[in-house]
Write a protein that binds this ligand. Structure first.
Ligand code: ACO
Length: 179
């Protein structure tokens, strides 16, 4: 992975906001190479896959798209959340959010909502995007709660790839948010 020097001005996510003084930040993973292994572990704890495949995906993170964002605490020492933003070939003003995960010990405290809020801010303010798309099989309630609306299926790779097998079609819900 080619790690970058932080550009100026650098989008560092949120300032500390909680009452115990422990700050949360959302940052691109490629500015925190020391956290890549922890990030792999976090994603694999939810969706087990080879470490090599995970590393490859995280190593593709760059200043445009794709980019993997991490939610950290303890002054950038602990990774407690992740999501990946990928380009959509047919929509230059949008991206596809995947692999949204909060550490199981931290769920139910508003951190998923925080990660998504910062992700949306990053999409708008840093990447200049206008729409965020995603698909989910069982977390639609979460995304409804944070303002996502159901939409027609969308493929990252172009219109021809939208024809999913029937079983997949019935389980996957596509949602979007206009930023
Ligand atoms: N159904 C309905 N409402 C929900 C759900 C749900 N499944 N999950 C959370 N909410 C609500 C909460 O009650 C809360 O409501 P409030 O604002 O009224 O208090 C609000 O949504 C925000 O919840 P958070 O506490 O921020 O959610 P959390 O930190 O637990 O993160 C997440 C949610 C990311 C889905 C987490 O549960 C997780 O990591 N799950 C496992 C991985 C997963 O399934 N990820 C989504 C894959 S889909 C994709 O990546 C596009």
């Amino acid at each position: 992975m080619k790690y970058k020097i932080k550009p100026e001005p650098y989008y560092e996510g949120l300032p500390p906001f909680n009452e115990t003084g422990s700050p949360f930040n959302v940052s691109p993973i490629h500015y925190h190479p020391e956290l890549v292994q922890d990030c792999c572990r976090l994603i694999n704890s939810e969706w087990p896959r080879s470490n090599t495949a995970r590393l490859r995906s995280l190593e593709a993170s760059c200043d445009t798209l794709p980019v993997s964002l991490i939610l950290t605490t303890d002054n950038f020492r602990r990774v407690i959340g992740h999501c990946k933003l990928s380009p959509i070939q047919s929509k230059r003003n949008a991206c596809f959010v995947e692999s949204v995960v909060i550490d199981v010990s931290c769920r139910g405290q508003g951190l998923g909502k925080l990660l998504m809020k910062c992700t949306e801010d990053y999409c708008r303010a840093v990447l200049g995007l206008e729409i965020v798309y995603l698909s989910t099989t069982d977390q639609e309630g979460f995304y409804e709660r944070i303002g996502y609306q159901y939409c027609r299926p969308i493929s990252m790779y172009g219109p021809r790839h939208c024809d999913l097998p029937t079983t997949e079609k019935s389980k996957k819900k596509y949602m979007k948010k206009i930023l």
